[in-house]
Design a protein around this ligand. Structure first.
Ligand code: 28G
Length: 622
């Protein structure tokens, strides 16, 4: 077996950047992300086939301990830095190395840039390593070594593993308390997704909980869903091609209204906002069902199945593993690799079609469910269309409306300028996306009374389009589910976005309260690496992408405005729900406001936009 070399660890920089801007590396609301980062290291060791047991202990003193029986972190000195491997891992931001290791085929640890982030943000952290017949210890405070690595005892040659205990530093987090419920849920899910590992959790004052799922996803789905499902057992399988792997279990609620389970993961990291892996699955399942129905002439006249009919009562666990994970959002909740969409839709189309032809009885029962959903949907859209035609309010002439009504998730994009408005019109899905182009700077309404605010043509157009009067506390008549502000990523655009945010916060607070107002985040850069096209929201993302380029020379294009993107690019980066970035405008407690605002409006902070948002606003990426 080749000896591990500390030289393999790629050294990028010290931990100062993490302590300076912790929000760039982890979710600073709670230390739960730190826990995940450490747990993911143990999971990697399990995925590589070396660890079989992971134990997580939450202590009364506020610390969290994670232990695995893997190979143990390296202790040999790094040749250049002349420091032990574990120290290098804990005190330097390192990335990339995992991808060069054949053992780490689908490395997790994607919540940030490694466990050194945990160290940087911990008051104190202790590591104990069993390896080569010895037990070693090293400890840190605030990311700096306080006790150098030393051998502290002897153990059996076969007794190997790593133990990490840390106390999150209160200065970086809204709270230093871990959430026991999140830990429970996360660890159970990890056990499901990694069927060779047994995971235990000790919570203060509670008996040890232990999870092991040798039968993986279908067992988890079955254990979680108590009501009748079709099929039973679930449609589940695995597909692997060396570069990527997919595991899934999928079933449908036999009766309407019973609870569902919908969970997706990329490299064992939960993706609560879904992403291209989930939308690929949806597309593939839909195609398979359509073909099945067509081949057996199951569809009544005039009925066409759409993805939402198939999605209505679905429950699933989807686990996608890839060597090149791309996540969006500050907390990496959404998976955005475009290649995954096509890959997964093909896999699901083929595998589900073949499954359906082998399980005709279940297939027909499912087809009946989907047809029922399609008919209900068509019925509803007919009544809505009639209502609209009969009692439609006068809408602003510039509005390019969408076909659907609010209940079906329609969206209004407020777009700065006629030319960008034109591109947005071409880029949208007119089924559910409406465009209202706005001319130039809108009025600063912060100090303007509700009665006066309608004097502005732009404001009155907006109010008419959304169907709500300024200052109203009722959302009755609201015509869209999401209102998305779309402006250039330059300082002018950001100013307009800010003025619009101010308008909504001040004059349509109910809309903000209920989570309807969003800011779209067009990318600032396009990066071509060989044949791959990537987009970056800001300089930090650009840096990350450039680091990944390797030998290929990347070509970077900086977008000067929305107008520079062609409709396909605009659709993909800014408007399509599966691949865009949206930030939700929230009214919330202050404190987290500034960090989040920073990401949206930082590039150049103008005093006016800062003042009101610090007082009133709060932004969260969705
Ligand atoms: C208990 C809390 C969290 C870990 C290991 C084992 C190795 C390792 C960890 O290597 C990563 C690998 C080579 C660059 C690997 C040991 C190979 C041989 C390991 C953990 C990156 C460092 N012997 N177990 N890291 N290298 N458990 N649990 O952190 O390529 S981290």
């Amino acid at each position: 077996m080749p000896q591990y070399q500390s030289a393999d660890i790629e050294v990028l920089s010290g931990l100062d950047p993490v302590r300076k801007r912790p929000g760039m590396y982890t979710d600073t609301a709670t230390p739960d992300h730190l826990a995940m980062e450490v747990i993911d290291n143990s999971i990697d060791e399990a995925l590589s086939g070396y660890a079989n047991h992971i134990t997580v202990t939450l202590d009364e003193d506020g610390s969290l301990e994670v232990e695995d029986d893997g190979r143990g972190m390296p202790v040999d000195p790094h040749p250049e830095l002349e420091r032990p491997g574990v120290e290098v891992i804990m005190t330097t931001l390192h990335a990339g190395a995992k991808f060069s290791d054949k053992n780490y085929q689908y490395a997790g640890g994607l919540h940030g840039v490694g466990v050194s982030v945990v160290n940087a943000l911990s008051k104190s952290l202790e590591v104990s390593i069993r390896r080569g017949g010895k037990e070693y210890a090293i400890s840190f405070e605030g990311g700096e070594v306080t006790h150098e690595l030393e051998a502290v005892g002897k153990v059996g040659q076969r007794n190997t593993g790593t133990r990490v205990r840390f106390w999150p530093d209160a200065q970086y987090f809204d709270t230093t308390e871990f959430s026991p419920e999140r830990l429970e849920h996360l660890l159970r899910a990890k056990a499901v997704l990694c069927s060779t590992v047994e995971i235990s959790l000790n919570l203060p004052g509670k008996d040890t909980q232990t999870w092991k799922y040798p039968d993986g996803l279908p067992q988890y789905l079955k254990d979680t869903l108590s009501d009748e499902t079709i099929p039973d057992p679930a449609f589940s399988d695995t597909h692997e091609n060396g570069k990527e792997a997919v595991d899934w279990a999928v079933c449908w609620q036999a009766k309407e209204g019973t609870p569902a389970l919908r969970e997706s993961y990329v490299n064992l990291v939960p993706t609560p906002s879904g992403g291209t892996h989930v939308s690929g699955m949806r597309a593939g399942l839909t195609q398979a069902v359509r073909e099945f129905c067509e081949a057996r002439s199951l569809l009544p006249r005039g009925v066409k199945l759409s993805p939402e009919d198939v999605w209505d009562r679905i429950s699933y666990v989807l686990s996608y593993k890839t060597q090149d994970p791309q996540f969006a959002g500050q907390t990496k909740e959404k998976f955005v690799a475009r290649e995954a969409q096509n890959a997964l839709s093909t896999i699901f189309r083929d595998m589900f079609e073949s499954w359906l032809t082998r399980h005709v009885e279940s297939g027909e029962a499912l087809a009946a469910l989907f047809i029922e959903a399609a008919q209900a949907r068509m019925q509803k859209s007919r009544t809505v269309a009639r209502k609209k035609a009969a009692s439609g309010p006068a809408l602003p002439g510039k509005l390019a409306d969408c076909l659907k009504e609010r209940e079906t998730g329609s969206e209004l994009f407020l777009v700065e300028g006629d030319s960008a408005g034109g591109s947005a019109k071409q880029a949208r899905d007119k089924n559910f996306q409406a465009i209202l182009p706005l001319r130039g700077k809108i009025l600063n309404t912060w100090e303007v009374e509700a009665t006066k605010v309608l004097d502005s043509q732009e404001v009155s157009d907006i109010a008419q389009a959304i169907g709500i009067a300024p200052g109203s506390d009722s959302l009755e008549g609201l015509r869209y589910d999401k209102i998305c502000i779309l402006a250039d990523a330059d300082s002018d655009g950001l100013h307009i976005a800010t003025l619009l945010c101010a308008l909504f916060l001040k004059h349509f607070p109910k809309l903000v309260e209920e989570g309807h107002v969003h800011v779209a985040m067009p990318p600032l850069y396009r990066i071509d690496i060989g044949k791959e096209v990537h987009y970056a929201l800001d300089d930090v993302e650009l840096e990350r992408l450039l680091k990944k380029a390797g030998k290929v020379k990347p070509v970077v294009l900086r977008f000067k405005g929305l107008g520079e993107m062609d409709p396909a690019q605009l659709r993909e980066t800014t408007m399509h729900p599966d691949t865009r970035r949206l930030v939700q405008l929230e009214l919330a407690q202050m404190g987290r406001t500034e960090k989040l605002l920073d990401r949206l409006l930082n590039r150049k902070r103008a005093a006016d936009r800062k003042a009101w948002l610090e007082k009133e606003g709060h932004l969260a990426e969705v």
